[in-house]
Design a protein around this ligand. Structure first.
Ligand SMILES: NC(=O)c1ccc[n+]([C@@H]2O[C@H](COP(=O)([O-])OP(=O)(O)OC[C@H]3O[C@@H](n4cnc5c(N)ncnc54)[C@H](OP(=O)(O)O)[C@@H]3O)[C@@H](O)[C@H]2O)c1
Length: 294
């Protein structure tokens, strides 16, 4: 193995410690306790794990955390009612509605109902538009984490050729916008891209966000390139168990890449740390205090 393995866990711990220290300072100096409200509809086991770890982390950072659970049969109006209540709650600075939502719910309408100033997931069209036009915004947590991980290898991303595989609203598109803001030369690839391995082979930086287990192979990667693996895929393992792999064939790509994030322990922990950062930023923004640059 030649690639440097980028520890998302270590970087996330470092960021989390800074956020917790800043939250302590806000409480001490301004009597402000950032509050995160997490909304879960249904009982998808993966979503339940995600929301409880987000809530627990918020508490560990010295923030207020509340969980709002609705049954899988909840109606659009019930969910919108909760969102509006949280919009009006002055102790709540961040609102996160865990996705995916059940099929009877219009996800776009729910996201659009969240007050943009409390949209710590950064999915609201106002925040997406602000990001695209270069205005200060709450930015989606996973892309934020990806940029921070890439910057542990490259102090500047300016002029680098970056390929983002995936064009979802929650990962691929905002990640491409952040890379553009960092002056990278950005290609967004997707399921209709022709000869994807030839596209990724030209890249200094590859971000894989497809949900296709171990899709990026050794011969897709330019020697020395930095590979950030966003994928979280549950695949069958021995004895009926499941294990988690990324979108990158880790062992073979590690033989050619310059640096590579593992799964688990790469982008995942950074996503949660960036959610805490966004909650802190939202609280400062709402309170009219300077937003810390951590
Ligand atoms: N680590 C974290 O914290 C975190 C957070 C969010 C997501 N994730 C993971 O990241 C992955 C992507 O998530 P997502 O929400 O962005 O997924 P998504 O909404 O399903 O989007 C997947 C994207 O990948 C593209 N794609 C699919 N198959 C492809 C192929 N064979 N070749 C090229 N492109 C292909 C799709 O292209 P089309 O648009 O053409 O269909 C789409 O744009 C998933 O594994 C998810 O679990 C991780």
């Amino acid at each position: 193995m030649t690639a440097r393995i980028i520890s998302g866990k270590a970087l996330a711990d470092e960021l989390f410690a800074k956020v917790a220290a800043e939250a302590g300072r806000l409480a001490r100096d301004h009597g402000l306790e950032p509050g995160l409200a997490v909304v879960l509809v249904g009982n998808n086991p993966a979503s339940e794990i995600y929301v409880s770890s987000k809530s627990n982390k918020a508490v560990a950072a010295g923030m207020r955390s509340s969980m709002h659970k609705l049954p899988a049969t909840a109606s659009q109006d019930e969910l919108l009612g909760i969102v509006r209540q949280l919009n009006d709650d002055r102790s709540v600075h961040g609102i996160l509605v865990q996705l995916p939502l059940p099929p009877q719910i219009d996800t776009h309408q729910v996201i659009a109902a969240i007050a943009p100033a409390k949209d710590v997931d950064g999915f609201h069209p106002v925040n997406a538009g602000r990001l695209t036009t270069g205005l200060p915004a709450l930015v989606p947590c996973t892309p934020l984490g990806c940029i921070r991980l890439a910057k542990t290898v490259h102090s500047s991303l300016a002029g680098l050729d970056a390929v983002v595989i995936g064009r979802s609203n929650i990962v691929g598109k905002p990640l491409a916008q952040l890379l553009l803001a960092e002056n990278a030369t950005v290609t967004i690839a997707h399921s209709r891209t022709r000869d994807l391995p030839a596209v990724t082979r030209r890249a200094d930086l590859v971000f894989a966000a497809t949900g296709r287990p171990q899709m990026v192979k050794r011969d897709w990667v330019k020697p020395g390139a930095t590979i950030i693996d966003v994928g979280i895929n549950r695949v069958a393992a021995a004895a009926g168990r499941q294990h988690i792999v990324g979108d990158v064939a880790f062992a073979e790509v590690a033989e050619v890449a310059g640096a590579l994030t593992p799964v688990p322990g790469g982008v995942g922990p950074m996503t949660i740390a960036c959610l805490m950062l966004n909650t802190l930023r939202a609280a400062c923004g709402i309170a009219g205090l300077p937003v810390p640059d951590l």
